[in-house]
Write a new protein. Structure first.
Length: 348
């Protein structure tokens, strides 16, 4: 039986470790340490080489701190779960190599985890009753993915971005507005002072389940160039852009709920840290479905979600061997592609 799992996450620019412990029949978060790399703000985006070097320096202390906070020794760990992909290959390699060495020297089980599956599991750490079937929207700097989740371990793609991810669009638009990096929090912090007065497009809003944000990003660029005073229009431009993105996300989720008949929507990923998105989504779907959004630290890239997804696979008897490798394009286990199905009343 699995009772204690150590999670490790180094897919991008956060070095994170967490410990999960079985408490009766529940899985409890005993510790979560996330060390962000502020240096990337200078460059307006993540510099892969700097990220991987920082992981090398910090992963040992971060893991030790997670164990200390949880009050458990390394010998008490039953298994180690680590992000194997997708992500920046140099960053992933640091975490995977560290986890493999730790598992080998302590003779503990090892499981490689898909980063996006971790985001789907993240809300269960705060809301243990959250379980399939549900519609999941995973929105981050690298991904925008709408999923039908009939059961844990089964994920059907309803829609995905055809170009930029929502989080990437936030970062680029924040740069255009002089708001810095990362873009999501920067835009949200000023958008509440502005109004949605700029007529920006809602790309593919009424067209299927896929997303596209490159045209919206370009529309903001043209609006900035036409503005006689960008500083004066900054809050309104931020509010207009944020409204456009959230309108599209909300409409797509609404359509997925109608198609599947599910009563729960799960939001995950870095963009789901936005309290505005959670409020807009919950308000739009109020009275029809439950919207489940974890607190920001569980939606950001973190090791707790990796440990939780890893725990699921470990309990199914799955293990990774010494040949586990970092894969920036790691296939998602259990991911299905095909025609969108209707599951009124539950999963197919």
């Amino acid at each position: 039986m699995i009772d204690v799992v150590l999670g490790i996450e180094t897919s991008c620019d956060e070095t994170s470790a967490a410990v999960l412990i079985r408490d009766a029949q529940r899985i409890e978060l005993a510790s979560l340490v996330i060390l962000s790399q502020d240096i990337h703000a200078v460059f307006g985006g993540v510099v892969p080489e700097l990220a991987s070097r920082a992981h090398v320096r910090t992963i040992g202390p971060v893991v030790r701190q997670a164990l200390d906070i949880a009050g458990v020794s390394l010998g008490a760990i039953d298994a180690i779960a680590v992000t194997a992909g997708p992500g920046l290959v140099g960053s992933l390699l640091v975490g995977v190599c560290f986890a493999k060495a730790l598992a080998a020297t302590t003779n503990r089980a090892l499981i490689g985890v898909h980063h996006l599956e971790g985001h789907v599991f993240a809300p269960t750490l705060q809301y243990p009753d959250c379980a399939p079937p549900f519609v999941a929207l995973v929105v981050s700097g690298g991904h925008t993915l709408l999923l039908d989740v009939p059961d844990w371990g089964r994920y059907r793609v309803l829609g995905e971005t055809r170009d930029d991810a929502a989080g990437e669009a936030f970062d680029k638009v924040a740069g255009l507005l002089g708001l810095g990096y990362p873009g999501g929090p920067a835009i949200e912090s000023v958008a509440h002072r502005g109004t949605d007065r700029f007529d920006l497009p809602r790309p593919m809003r009424g067209d299927g389940f896929d997303f596209s944000f490159s045209g919206l990003k370009t529309a903001v660029l043209h609006a900035v160039r036409r503005s006689p005073d960008v500083a004066r229009d900054q809050a309104d431009l931020a509010a207009s852009f944020q409204s456009a993105v959230f309108d599209v996300l909300t409409d797509k989720v609404d359509r997925a709920v109608e198609r599947t008949g599910y009563a729960t929507v799960v939001l995950g990923g870095g963009v789901a840290c936005s309290r505005t998105l959670a409020k807009v989504m919950a308000g739009h779907l109020a009275g029809r479905v439950r919207v489940v959004v974890a607190e920001p630290r569980l939606n950001a890239d973190n090791a707790a979600m990796i440990a939780r997804a890893g725990w699921f696979h470990l309990e199914r008897g799955e293990r990774s061997d010494a040949y586990l490798d970092a894969d920036p394009r790691l296939p998602w286990p259990g991911l299905e592609r095909g025609p969108v199905l209707t599951h009124i009343g539950g999963p197919s």
